[in-house]
Design a protein around this ligand. Structure first.
Ligand code: ZN
Ligand code: ZN
Length: 252
């Protein structure tokens, strides 16, 4: 009897983990708290975690730097040459930093789905106003992907596509393996990724949102945008879960 009950408990837990809420209420993907009536979407997030991860300083929607508005942005004065606009969940620090790192590890897909749900929820109106019709993840070079087996950007784009009911395509490829951006000084990062991407014809005429986990100097997202524009994209916006504000310098 005891063994049977324990089997039932394990099965219910496993099914609940797959989103089949048979016995237990669904749980927050971050803190495992019960969430009796979760918002519709690809991942369950409790209100406390939503506040914890989505609270942020106000940002310039053109470049992403902290600013009360794009017009008041001291970094770009409302005109960013790297992309047409950017949506950021929060600053790369504290809990968000450790969660982004955990989302990159094998088994972290559910955390990526939770972060994607929060990013999509926070900027749903803005993304609709931008007229986005295609989500594209920042790609890993295939050699790195073979080693790691998972890409956080891919999981984020998948989660955002589900939350926003928008299509997602792997429209970018890396044409060469590059050293990790975080192993380089900020000034070397742009040169590191310049011309490292190629976009497929599926981007032609589309209003694209390029999705990545962390942006620091913006070099990777800017290089992705250049490749998409070369393939005929009508507009290219960026979305990142976290922005490393402290690492920026005006020239980077
Ligand atoms: Zn939670
Ligand atoms: Zn700005």
């Amino acid at each position: 009897m005891k063994a049977w009950l324990s089997f039932l408990g394990r099965s219910a837990g496993r099914l609940a983990g797959q989103g089949l809420d048979l016995v237990c209420p669904p749980r927050c993907v971050f803190c495992r708290a019960d969430v009796p009536e979760p918002a519709r979407g690809p991942a369950v997030v409790c209100d406390a975690c939503a506040r914890r991860f989505a609270s942020d300083v106000s940002r310039c929607l053109a470049c992403g730097a902290p600013a009360s508005s794009a017009a008041d942005c001291r970094r770009c004065h409302g005109r960013c040459r790297d992309w047409d606009g950017i949506a950021v969940l929060s600053a790369y620090a504290d809990d968000l930093r450790s969660t982004v790192l955990a989302a990159k590890r094998p088994g972290g897909e559910i955390l990526a789905a939770g972060l994607a749900a929060l990013l999509a929820r926070k900027h749903a109106e803005q993304i609709a106003a931008w007229g986005i019709d295609l989500l594209v993840p920042v790609p890993m070079h295939w050699t790195r992907r073979m080693r790691r087996g998972t890409s956080a950007a891919d999981g984020l784009a998948r989660g955002m596509a589900a939350a926003l009911s928008l299509p997602r395509r792997a429209a970018l490829v890396r044409t060469r393996a590059t050293p990790m951006q975080n192993e380089l000084e900020p000034v070397a990062r742009r040169a590191n990724v310049r011309d490292a991407f190629r976009a497929s014809a599926v981007a032609a005429g589309r209003r694209v949102l390029v999705v990545d986990d962390v942006t620091t100097t913006g070099g990777t997202l800017a290089a992705c945008r250049a490749a998409l524009v070369a393939a005929g994209a009508a507009a290219v916006y960026a979305a990142a879960v976290a922005r490393a504000d402290a690492a920026e310098s005006p020239a980077a």
